[in-house]
Design a protein around this ligand. Structure first.
Ligand code: BG6
Length: 462
């Protein structure tokens, strides 16, 4: 077989998950409540199909079986998250011994199957008690997070070398403080800015703490959903709309994480609108001194933007989308099973940007994937024939390969996700896994893409 797209030796092949989305056992093993448990208890009708985080693929009990499947499909790496409210049920204070046993078992099981665990500390799941203290708006919660991070480094750092402080930190800002799709359902740009700022301070404090641990080959970074922003035209107004969108939705996290400072233009815009966050003495130095070693890039779809058709009413409360309108580019390719645009070259554009403007930081694709509604209709001979997913992944990999050939520092590719799982807004509507999961019986079945990725990983290319 000839391999047209060969990847560098040691390329990371694997997939990504998050604790709340796969563990299940939400009220078991001494876990405390997080915002998702609470929101579901209080407003179940805000959840798709009224299905909450309690019922999912049950990795908590089935992790051994799942790790065996990871091995079987050729994974050499796997990204998981630790549930903060499982490890430290009240958010601060006592560590839950059952959680320590569980995460130790998972990490050991991965390692004994030659799968390197990548550990993320926060995937949208704030412990409820800390949210009740104001969540990321409260600077004291930032310190509680740093203590949690230290505890995780101390407990698992002897075996885990790749650490991530946050997954997509902009999502809780957008969902929880701008557009009302996550708890605590606030709509207020000023509060959103404070939350975003504190998240980055928490990140920098955790990086600083990490440097104090003697972790073999230790690397710490952050995982960002980078959505390249493409203007409708080269008209100055469209270009400006696109640049500002990039400032708000990419560079607000990318710049402080990798360069250690916020873009001057972003600060200016926020100042103009009276939206600058409250800062503390020493923050500038803290950010500057604690940049990431490694960057995870989640890429699903680009953003197409144009200048506003109508200027916003100057008396309405400020929102970032004062500056742009989303725009449906005619002829764009769509994932017809999920409704998101497919634009494979976006992955290349992101990588080139990292190379040219972000010191070619070591990076990897930490999520990319194709959600499909009603995937059962593709079952033949007992397996889902997901040729569309194989095509989706290989088209993205081709662009990633090209970026690497041009000198980009990309080290791996992780699919979202290992297996079908519960999602925040969509429960089980969109299936993403290499492995399908029957939620009733908990039976796992490989999809066609799982067999395909096994070959790709074994050949280190395709
Ligand atoms: C990613 C998140 O951005 O999108 C995941 O990191 C999430 O947590 C995934 O599940 C898919 O979202 P959805 O809404 O299609 O299920």
């Amino acid at each position: 077989m000839s391999i047209n797209y060969k990847f560098p030796k040691g390329f990371w092949w694997g997939s990504a998950t998050s604790a709340t989305q796969i563990e299940g056992a939400a009220n078991e093993g001494g876990k405390g409540k997080n915002i998702w448990d609470h929101w579901y208890e209080t407003e179940p009708n805000r959840f798709f199909d009224n299905v909450g985080p309690g019922s999912t693929s049950d990795f908590y009990h089935l992790y051994k079986e799942d790790i065996k499947l990871m091995k079987e499909i050729g994974h050499n790496t796997f990204r998981m998250s630790i549930s903060w409210s499982r490890l430290i049920p009240g958010g601060r204070g006592d560590v839950n011994p059952e959680a320590v046993t569980f995460y130790n078992n998972v990490i050991d099981e991965l390692i004994s199957n030659d799968i390197e665990p990548f550990v993320n500390l926060f995937h949208f799941d704030m412990p409820l008690e800390l949210q009740n203290e104001g969540g990321w708006e409260n600077r004291e919660v930032v310190d509680a997070y740093t203590d949690y991070a230290k505890e995780a480094f101390r407990l698992f750092g002897d075996r885990v070398s790749k650490w991530f402080t946050f997954n997509e930190p902009i999502v809780p800002v957008e969902g929880g403080y701008l557009y009302d799709f996550h708890y605590p359902n606030v709509v207020d740009a000023g509060r959103a800015t404070q939350v975003a700022y504190h998240t980055m301070i928490a990140h920098a404090q955790a990086v600083e703490a990490f440097r104090g641990f003697d972790i073999k080959d230790g690397k710490i970074g952050i995982i960002l959903n980078l959505t390249p922003s493409y203007p409708r035209s080269q008209n100055p107004a469209d270009l400006k709309a696109s640049r500002i969108t990039d400032l708000f939705f990419n560079r607000s996290f990318l710049d402080p994480a990798v360069l250690g400072e916020y873009p001057a233009e972003l600060i200016e815009i926020l100042r103009e609108h009276g939206q600058l966050p409250v800062t503390s003495e020493g923050d500038t130095n803290l950010l500057k001194a604690n940049t990431a070693d490694i960057l995870g890039v989640n890429y699903y779809q680009p953003r197409r933007v144009k200048a506003k058709d109508h200027l916003p009413n100057p008396y309405s409360p400020f929102m970032p989308d004062w500056y742009f309108d989303n725009y449906e580019m005619p002829g764009r390719k769509m994932n017809k099973y999920r409704g998101w645009e497919i634009y494979e070259k976006g992955i290349y554009d992101i990588m080139i940007n990292l190379k040219e403007n972000y010191g070619n930081i070591e990076s990897f694709i930490s999520e990319n994937g194709m959600g499909v509604e009603g995937e059962e209709r593709f079952i033949q001979d007992g397996e889902i024939q997901d040729d569309y997913r194989i095509e989706f992944i290989s088209d993205h990999l081709k662009w990633l390969h090209k970026a690497i050939e041009e000198g980009c520092n990309a080290k791996g590719y992780h699919l979202w996700s290992f297996m079908d799982n519960w999602s925040w807004m969509n429960a089980y509507k969109n299936r993403y896994g290499f492995i399908s999961v029957d939620i009733e019986t908990q039976e796992r079945t490989l999809k066609k893409s799982a067999h395909w990725i096994k070959e790709v990983s074994e050949n280190n290319g395709f």
